[in-house]
Design a protein around this ligand. Structure first.
Ligand code: NCD
Length: 305
């Protein structure tokens, strides 16, 4: 059903498709944990990461290798012909002739959409600037669903850099469609951009606050993000708000027992390491879920599932 499809925005998926991906991902867990399979034998994934990445790139590559496929990638974009002045369009055209599926991360919003116009094979957006990060959202939703058995009627707080954070842009849109109540918690200067706000407000009126202490006791899920330092036009603006929020044991004293804490990672200082040993911490489980979810996506866009 996803065969041949590009995955550029979370809006590319219906609710039904999201649950179908979860079903395939559940079957993939056993292979993700090391058993492996060869359903994508002979297929090649190209990972084109023009911005830094650890989890997203390695979990896509792990997913492809566990499915029996092969991977083409570079670890430093300076080593490619882009540094000689080749356009992104030409690079994509070439990679499209070598690989069966392309995963791209780029600092320009809209880069993945552009790439999809130049490639016949499926293009998957692994983050386009401050735009979208749809596969992260799928693994985030999968993690929430695994913990609560539902995506409806939960109270979900998104804490941190809601302005530049692409993970929270995609996630907020998805969650508002599922009917969970959103709490948008950020420093004043990092509030959710208007165009995402408008999409959320078509479905609900989210709670907006600058103080996590005011709402922590109500939440089922607290999704924390780091301040996206690299997207600040001015370093002094970053310095003004660096370290302005932190999840620690003192904050969690006010939380519900069932609260789960998520984070797309990498974290800088916004979750104290002492939180890792509490039952609230789900961010490493969440990072693992990137593998079965991306195995599901790869096998589905390549038409073997
Ligand atoms: C995020 C990203 O790249 O948007 N990381 C990830 O994919 N897990 C979050 C971030 O960099 O803060």
């Amino acid at each position: 059903m996803l065969k041949g499809k590009d995955i550029v925005s979370i809006k590319d998926f219906s609710e039904k498709e999201i649950f179908e991906i979860f079903e395939v991902a559940k079957e993939m867990v056993q292979y993700a944990k090391g058993k492996g399979t060869d359903i994508l034998k002979g297929k090649i994934l190209a990972t084109l990461f023009f911005e830094p990445s650890t989890r997203t790139r390695f979990s896509f590559e792990t997913a492809m290798l566990r499915l029996g496929g092969g991977v083409l990638s570079f670890s430093d974009p300076k080593s490619t012909s882009l540094s000689k002045g080749e356009t992104l369009a030409d690079t994509i055209r070439m990679m499209d002739s070598y690989a069966d599926v392309i995963v791209i991360r780029h600092s320009y919003e809209g880069a993945a959409r552009l790439a999809s116009k130049f490639a016949d094979h499926p293009v998957i957006n692994a983050g386009d600037g401050a735009g979208q990060h749809p596969t992260q959202t799928l693994l985030d939703l999968f993690t929430i669903h695994n913990n609560f058995g539902t995506l409806k009627n939960l109270k979900i707080g998104l804490l941190g850099d809601l302005k530049y954070g692409r993970t929270v842009h995609s996630l907020a849109i998805a969650l508002s469609n599922f009917g969970s109540k959103l709490y948008l918690i950020s420093p004043k200067s990092l509030e959710m951009p208007d165009h995402i706000m408008r999409e959320i407000q078509e479905k609900q009126k989210p709670i907006v606050t600058n103080n996590i202490f005011d709402v922590i006791g109500e939440l089922d899920v607290l999704y924390v993000t780091r301040i996206q330092k690299e997207r600040f036009p001015d370093a002094t603006e970053y310095m003004k708000i660096a370290g302005s929020y932190r999840v620690d044991l003192a904050l969690l004293e006010k939380a519900k027992r069932e609260l789960i804490i998520m984070h797309p990672l990498p974290r800088v200082d916004e979750i104290a390491p002492e939180v890792d040993n509490t039952p609230h911490a789900k961010y490493f489980e969440q990072a693992f879920n990137g593998v079965p979810i991306r195995m599901a996506i790869l096998s589905m866009v390549l038409g073997v599932r």
